[in-house]
Write a protein that binds this ligand. Structure first.
Ligand code: ADP
Ligand code: MG
Length: 392
């Protein structure tokens, strides 16, 4: 069900409290990657253009309910100010008299960024007192923090229940794209899943099984499935406890006519520090070696599937792409997804880093800003931050 959109809100002369996800990586006291800030600009600009004043709230890192200076939003304010081309006021509080004074001093077209919401102990516990204090800072509430929508916090859920609330443009777009994957993908629909551990993504695998035409597996998570298929995987990262569950997944897939592809060849080494990497058929992995990437024959096979698809979702690197010489499988798949004629969606923090490393971000149809949130959505779960907003 679509949510009531900020574009329908009557905002002229009002103060809009906007929850954004500016949880960006920092380096040497500056924003290292401003993707998430840029993603929220359409909502912010749409409010400013309509003569609203904007009060922004975000979390940053995990300060665990205390004011930790390293997680102050000051660098974010500098970066946002540059991107917007106008001053962004800050205040060293999330709520309370100082924040209220700063919010009331705003004129239409002004922007204020509150301090890190996770400096408040009540944020993650969704404390009603914190939600009420936040609600005093705006006449209406806009949630544009898709990346935090899987958390029922005071600044995502609590405050939405107290003010007239609306979905931001980014949150709407994320929901539209992911809902299309779940409910009306053009076929063939192929999902490529990788990453470190199958336990992180088992629920997604199970839920997508009823919807995709094929699942292509790579990364450490494929190892557990290889074990379930009876392969010897040497000293590779795997979760033997999950082998039975993986076997059931393979059986269900077979019964439903869904293809599960696992690597036919892999790149192995004694350890991650070893520069001597070997390409081995999956039947011929040495007992003292571990899998750190998919091999070239697997890349070719997966790419053929991707090229023939109409919809592709990719989450999770195919190998330890942060380390040479184990980056090829992931970068080749990134390029293949970028070249595909299919509608392509990529999600996950490390997957986005891989897309960046391959330099193909421009050619992906939708890059999801919400790692955990997009996966929970694809598990078929209701995201509390979205559920708290009124329907359109
Ligand atoms: P995302 O953030 O895109 O959801 P994950 O966090 O699930 O992805 O997984 C990314 C991590 O998986 C990377 O740090 C990568 O090094 C690791 N990884 C991929 N393949 C392997 C492997 N074969 N063995 C160990 N770790 C792996
Ligand atoms: Mg990750």
């Amino acid at each position: 069900m679509p949510k009531r959109s900020v574009s329908e809100a009557e905002v002229r002369g009002k103060r809009a409290l906007v929850r954004v996800d500016f949880n960006v990586p920092l380096r040497d006291g500056d924003v290292a990657d401003d993707t998430r800030i840029r993603a929220a600009l359409p909502t912010i600009r749409s409010l400013l253009d309509r003569d609203a004043a904007v009060v922004l709230a975000t979390h940053l890192g995990r300060p665990k309910g205390k004011a930790v200076p390293a997680y102050s939003v000051a660098p974010v304010a500098r970066s946002l100010s540059k991107l917007l081309g106008q001053p962004v006021t800050t205040v060293s509080a999330v709520t309370g008299p100082d924040a209220e004074r700063a919010a009331s001093a705003l004129h239409p077209g002004d922007v204020l960024l509150l301090e890190n919401t996770r400096f408040e102990p009540g944020e993650e516990s969704n404390d009603p007192a914190l939600a009420a204090a936040l609600a005093r800072l705006g006449d209406l509430f806009v949630n544009d923090a898709f990346g935090a929508a899987h958390r029922a916090h005071a600044s995502t859920v609590g405050v939405a229940q107290l003010l007239p609330s609306y979905a931001g443009l980014l949150l709407q777009r994320e929901e539209t794209v992911l809902s299309r994957l779940l409910h009306e993908p053009e076929r063939p629909f192929i999902t490529v899943l990788g990453g470190a551990k199958v336990s992180d993504k088992f629920a997604v695998l199970e839920h997508l099984l009823g919807r995709v035409d094929a699942l292509l597996l790579g990364g450490g998570m494929a190892n557990t499935v290889l074990l379930a298929q009876g392969h010897q995987i040497g000293s590779s990262l795997a979760e033997p406890d999950l082998v039975d569950q993986a076997r059931r997944l393979i059986d269900t897939a077979k019964a439903r006519g869904v293809r599960i592809l696992t690597p036919i060849d892999v790149v192995t080494a004694r350890s991650l520090d070893s520069t001597k990497a070997t390409v081995a058929a999956v039947e011929a992995i040495a007992a003292d070696e571990a899998i750190f990437d998919i091999g070239p024959a697997t890349v070719a096979q997966y790419c053929e599937q991707i090229v023939g698809a109409r919809t592709v979702f990719w989450n999770g690197p195919m190998g330890v792409f942060e380390r040479k010489p184990f980056e090829n499988g992931t970068l080749d798949i990134a390029r293949c997804v970028a070249n595909a004629a299919a509608y392509t969606v990529v999600g996950g923090g490390d997957s986005l880093a891989a897309i960046e490393a391959a330099g193909v971000g421009e050619r992906i149809d939708h890059i999801s800003t919400g790692g955990g949130a997009s996966l929970e959505y694809l598990e078929g779960r209701d995201l509390p931050g979205i559920a708290a907003l009124p329907d359109a």
